[in-house]
Write a protein of this length. Structure first.
Length: 103
């Protein structure tokens, strides 16, 4: 997991820490028991694509953070428990893109 993803997760969960004034190394920002998965998605070409994929995946139960990067096709999802790959595939398909699998 990148520092950028940890910071986004901290901000989304209302943590008092940020990259500008962190009181620790950020390892606890993700949350105890959080699961991070990186997926490869084809067809994303711009910020709108990233938003569409992130929006659909964010609606899955237990998802706490999503970061899609069109340039690499990678989508990082942080969730409370492991996600069912069929549900992830359906969400990506609903957004209009194709899930290749976990990166």
């Amino acid at each position: 997991m990148t520092a950028e993803t940890k910071t986004e997760t901290a901000q989304a969960s209302g943590s008092c820490c940020s990259s500008a004034g962190s009181c620790h190394d950020g390892a606890a920002d993700v949350g105890i028991g959080a699961v991070t998965a990186v997926y490869q998605v084809t067809g994303m070409t711009c910020g709108h694509c990233e938003g569409a994929v992130a929006g659909e995946l964010s609606e899955l139960p237990g998802v706490t953070s999503v970061k899609a990067v069109a340039a690499s096709g990678e989508v990082t999802v942080v969730s409370e428990t492991p996600l069912d790959e069929t549900a992830v595939r359906e969400a990506v398909d609903e957004a209009g893109y194709e899930l290749v699998g976990q990166a």
